[in-house]
Design a protein around this ligand. Structure first.
Ligand code: NAP
Ligand code: G4F
Length: 328
């Protein structure tokens, strides 16, 4: 039985990746940071019905000693570093924390792997945000980076550390440059989930308007359930490498609103208002990925269309609000 260690197991991707690895017969361990709200810590894992099947280990990305101990105790075959301060907007308010967790934290995990589990295969959750102010209309593994936020700068450091540990120490270290991926488990502060939650509330008569920021921003949105399959496939390849994971279709925040409102028979224009509090100091206006390399070498392709994703998210939010489920 293979053993996988996932940092960030309580997040969206951690939950779906755990589900995938359990279905493949893995023993799944997850690093979790202590929280005063321990009762909601594993709510995404519970939503998927797998909380009892994963083993949680107390630790923090900023505490190298906890990572060294975890590697020694778990003896993982595969390590997925998904933990991060992952909300771009917060990274301007907490730039140093973001650097410490999202950047240096990844280096801490790499060090722990190098020192205590050097034969483990390592996955780094890199991001299309690193392309930032895009230098090519369609972004591939060869597109130059231009980070536009403290978050993106921290991810870029983590990405290059992954490449460097691969080249310097021969670690099986892979960087997945994933474009935006969403699901009913997406954090409520991200725009897609904020929209589907808002649509559900408006449909149920609980609110009238939905306040958003830049409606013209365009993203290449896929489903997290599809994207965690790519993470796993990357670590099954004998040669570590970097891969772009994307759908190859980009739409605006406005388009996403139109789809979500239309699903419940409403018009976005009647409810969406722009509130400048949600604008950013610097924007990433457009992302569009070409995942040709992953499709060719890993046989990976997304299964879920944008339309299916929107319907799944809106329906899940309506159900949650109707039944007062805990996973907000
Ligand atoms: P998420 O839902 O925000 O999850 C982040 C996870 O990191 C949570 O489990 C969080 O724990 C944990 N974490 C934060 N600080 C930590 C610390 N100091 N020590 C240990 N754990 C810590 O993010 P996601 O959407 O699943 O994304 C997973 C990874 O992929 C992230 O690294 C993100 O930056 C990256 N990524 C995401 C996307 C996307 O579109 N979703 C695209 C590209 C890259 P708590 O539950 O305690 O907060
Ligand atoms: O949903 P978002 O907050 O995601 P963003 O900034 O693209 O970052 C996400 O994807 C990255 C991959 O490219 C990940 F690395 C990162 O961890 C995270 O998962 O914002 C998407 C777009 C932005 O252009 C933002 O300005 O939506 C725009 N937007 C417009 N109104 C809004 C809002 N974003 C948020 N969060 N809230 C709004 O009200």
């Amino acid at each position: 039985m293979k053993r996988a260690l996932i940092t960030g197991i309580t997040g969206q991707d951690g939950a779906y990746l755990s589900q995938l690895l359990l279905s493949k017969g893995y023993e799944v361990f997850g690093l979790v940071r202590r929280s005063s709200a321990a009762e909601v810590m594993d709510e995404k894992l519970r939503w998927l019905g797998i909380a009892a099947e994963v083993r949680l280990v107390d630790g923090n990305l900023t505490d190298l000693s906890s990572l060294l101990r975890t590697m020694r105790d778990v003896k993982p075959d595969e390590v997925y570093n998904l933990a991060a301060q992952s909300f771009v907007k917060s990274s301007w308010n907490q730039p140093l924390l973001t650097g410490a967790v999202t950047g240096i934290g990844a280096a801490n995990v790499l060090e722990a792997v190098r020192l205590e589990a050097p034969s483990a295969r390592f996955y780094q959750a890199s991001s299309s945000e690193m392309f930032g102010l895009i230098q090519e209309p369609v972004q591939t593994e060869r597109t130059p980076f231009y980070p536009r936020s403290p978050y993106a700068a921290a991810k870029l450091y983590a990405h290059w550390m992954t490449v460097n540990y691969r080249e310097s120490f021969g670690l099986h270290a892979t960087s997945g440059i994933l474009f935006n991926h969403e699901s009913p488990l997406r954090g409520i502060e991200f725009v897609t989930r904020k929209i589907t939650d808002g649509v559900a509330r408006i449909k149920l008569g609980q609110q009238r308007t939905l306040a958003l920021g830049n409606l013209d921003a365009r993203r290449d949105w896929g489903h997290a359930r599809d994207y965690v399959k790519a993470m796993w496939a990357m670590l099954q390849h004998d040669t570590p490498d970097d891969y772009v994971i994307a759908t190859g279709r980009t739409v605006s925040v406005r388009d996403f609103c139109d789809l979500a409102f239309a699903h419940v028979g409403l018009k976005a224009d009647d409810h969406v208002v722009v509130d400048e509090r949600y604008l950013r100091p610097a924007e990433v206006p457009l992302l569009l990925g070409d995942s040709g390399k992953a499709r060719q070498r890993l046989g990976w392709a997304p299964d879920t269309s944008l339309e299916q994703l929107v319907v799944e998210m809106v329906e899940a939010d309506i159900d949650r609000l109707k039944f007062q489920g805990a996973c907000r």
